[in-house]
Design a protein around this ligand. Structure first.
Ligand SMILES: [Zn+2]
Length: 688
């Protein structure tokens, strides 16, 4: 992996946005629309004809088409009609002689689409890199905003598209593929939507097509020849995720699902297909990260469109049901880490200046808006699920699918469905999360423990600063025996609690698994590999225990962007140096107090270490741990603990790629564990 990869992934999550319904100009309902286009890539040219059948009693028709289009003719029920066309708006009056029945309008047109392609696509903030319409020998992308067909205000009840292109060029758009042939030097395909939603996007290129039919859904890959070998993996993954989500939400809502390669590095979802850039398709992890995210959008955002009047809920929900839920299904630790990352991102990126309530989220424009619209929103769904349970949560999602499919839904529809399925009125609970900026700020106060007979009692207060939230908060008491968990209903500024334990209490933590959305205090933000990278005064310390050569240790520092950091021996470490630096130890220092207490589950013993009972012995294995500095809450101290020189050489260069984690172990040539460690200092944790 590299920074390029990181940037592409960042880009992908930026661009994963779905189109939304709009109804800016009103018109009688559209019974059907037939579109036929011919693409001539070497001239960037589209030649088209479309017939639109309107319901009766129509006096005037207004259609939108590319402002640069040349209208060849317009006819009404077979007779040539006068029209005006300016600024992309085509208007014509329907003569009264047209009679009372349905009226069909046919438009013949041609248009050139040749938007300039971006020079540095990796850095764009826009889903299609500013490209709305491009027909070229590289490929064709005609977005719904390009005006490649005459668009009506309402979505037609039925829609067909026929596409002709030079032989070797295959095209695709929404709907079921009715036919595909190549004759007379041209390829022809035709597409039909029985339940059209939104506008149409068309893609074409020198695709190799693979297909299969699974549970009534046609699955396709339209890949360029270089990536054609990846088709079977994508088809299998599409079948797997469509089955998973059909179980959770109800039947897949479209006739087909296609994965289409784009000549731009997009990750963009449309009804019934997703468009992924060539470089993105090749990234090995995309198939289990962004790809299921796009598939979940088929239900949430594509088949059920977003009623933007109360904000865009679809990125929050899809982040929760794909990015998050798949991790939670792998392990509860991965789920917890993901939630913690959401809180960390919010705390690090959102300030009073760029904050806004979820009801104001439309689409992602920068990392802060992502932290709100995707991250905070996902946590809201997590809290509802925790409040009402899986049965009521997924039951409500299925109900929305039944009732709102091919229409739009708002946050209010979710509030109503969750309230109905749980038998509780959740409107005020939801209102606090949707309409306010920021989030709860929580701290423990006046925590004491005392012995009462054979048992221990820990009591204290959860403090909340205004504005006050009502939430269900977990407290966890670590003891010499089993941990004790207590759920506390917090509503006011001060909520008292008492917890009993048969074993001696050691530590009390508030929301230790990041189950609620809240604003982390500075000393709660986990320290990570990135904290080492960001250090302004890092000191490398070679201890006697260090198994790596100093050259390897220096290479590690360099890979972390700290090539200029000084490296000293442990014997040169004095109090001034300790206080004034972030520290990176190679090997465990003789003075153990220089390392903070190890996080729960991690143990070091001589030439081995263990993580959650997973013991790693020399010579293969490496542990990398970042914690708070023992002498300063503003600084960090990290441990680089290879079990041999060979392990140091093999694994040290990999550490930099796991920036958001605080604990890493490597063995057998690969990463073995990665996790973020919640700081144990701060106002949300008390040690006894
Ligand atoms: Zn998305």
């Amino acid at each position: 992996m590299s920074h390029i990869v990181a940037r592409v992934v960042f880009a992908l999550s930026v661009f994963c946005q779905v189109s939304s319904a709009s109804a800016e100009w009103q018109q009688p309902s559209v019974e059907r629309q037939e579109i036929a286009v011919t693409l001539l890539p070497s001239d960037h040219l589209l030649i088209g004809e479309s017939t639109i059948t309107f319901a009766a009693d129509l006096h005037r028709v207004i259609l939108k088409l590319s402002p640069t289009a040349h209208i060849e003719s317009v006819s009404t029920s077979g007779a040539k009609s006068p029209f005006t066309f300016a600024d992309g708006t085509l208007s014509l009056d329907i003569p009264s002689s047209a009679g009372p029945g349905a009226i069909s309008v046919t438009v013949a047109y041609r248009a050139v689409f040749n938007d300039p392609l971006p020079q540095h696509p990796g850095s764009s903030e826009y889903p299609t890199y500013g490209v709305n319409g491009s027909i070229s020998t590289l490929g064709t992308f005609l977005g719904e905003g390009a005006g490649w067909y005459p668009a009506t205000s309402g979505t037609p009840r039925h829609r067909t598209v026929r596409i002709t292109a030079p032989a070797g060029i295959e095209a695709l758009t929404a709907g079921r593929r009715v036919s595909r042939v190549t004759v007379g030097g041209f390829s022809h395909s035709s597409w039909e939507e029985s339940r059209p939603v939104g506008g149409l996007t068309l893609c074409a290129g020198p695709y190799r097509i693979e297909e299969r039919r699974v549970a009534g859904v046609d699955l396709y890959t339209y890949f360029y020849p270089d990536n054609a070998s990846l088709s079977s993996r994508y088809l299998a993954a599409a079948a797997r995720y469509i089955a998973l989500y059909s179980d959770l939400f109800g039947p897949y809502p479209f006739e087909k699902f296609a994965v289409v390669e784009n000549f731009l590095p997009t990750g963009y979802g449309f009804p019934s297909f997703t468009l992924l850039g060539s470089s993105i398709i090749r990234l090995p992890f995309i198939i289990d990260t962004s790809f299921p995210h796009e598939i979940a959008h088929s239900w949430w955002g594509n088949a059920i469109q977003v009623d933007q009047s109360e904000g865009n809920w679809s990125e929050a929900l899809v982040t929760y049901l794909a990015d998050y839920l798949l991790k939670e299904r792998r392990s509860s630790a991965e789920g917890r880490d993901y939630r913690m990352q959401i809180l960390t991102d919010y705390a690090g990126l959102v300030t009073p200046d760029n904050d806004f309530p979820l009801s104001g989220f439309i689409s992602r424009i920068d990392p802060a808006s992502r932290a709100i619209g995707y991250g905070k929103g996902a946590m809201i769904f997590h809290m509802i699920r925790s409040e009402i349970g899986d049965r009521a949560f997924f039951g409500a999602l299925r109900e929305i699918c039944r009732e709102r499919l091919y229409r739009s839904a708002s946050w209010s529809d979710f509030v109503r469905a969750f309230s109905r399925s749980s038998g509780r009125d959740l409107s005020s609970f939801m209102k606090q999360w949707l309409t306010r900026t920021g989030g709860p700020r929580l701290a423990l106060s006046k925590v004491t423990r005392r012995r009462e007979g054979p048992d221990w009692t820990v009591s204290g207060t959860v403090m909340q600063s205004p504005p006050l939230y009502a939430l269900l908060l977990q407290l966890r008491l670590e003891t010499d025996g089993q941990p004790v968990r207590e759920l506390l209903q917090v509503t006011g500024g001060m909520t008292a609690f008492t917890i009993s334990s048969p074993s001696e209490p050691r530590q009390l933590s508030l929301d230790p698994d990041s189950e609620v959305f809240r604003v982390l205090a500075k000393d709660e933000i986990p320290v990570t590999v990135n904290s080492i990278k960001a250090s302004k005064q890092l000191l490398g310390v070679m201890t006697e225990e260090c198994q790596a050569r100093v050259e390897t240790f220096r290479l590690l520092l360099e890979s972390l962007g700290q090539g200029r950091a000084a490296v000293i021996g442990e014997d040169q470490l004095d109090a001034t140096r300790i206080q004034g630096h972030d520290l990176l130890f190679c090997g465990v220092p003789k003075q153990r107090s220089l390392l903070p207490r190890l996080p729960a589950g991690i143990a070091l013993h001589g030439k081995e270490f263990s993580v959650q009972d997973d013991v790693m012995k020399a010579p293969d294995g490496l542990l990398f741990l970042v914690q708070q500095h023992p002498a300063s809450s503003e600084r960090v101290a990290a441990l680089f603990q290879p079990l041999s020189e060979a392990a140091a050489e093999q694994y040290a260069p990999k550490i930099t790629h796991y920036g958001k984690y605080g604990s890493l172990t490597f063995t057998r040539g690969a990463i073995r564990h990665k996790s973020t460690i919640m700081p144990t200092a701060g106002a949300t944790s008390v040690r006894f």
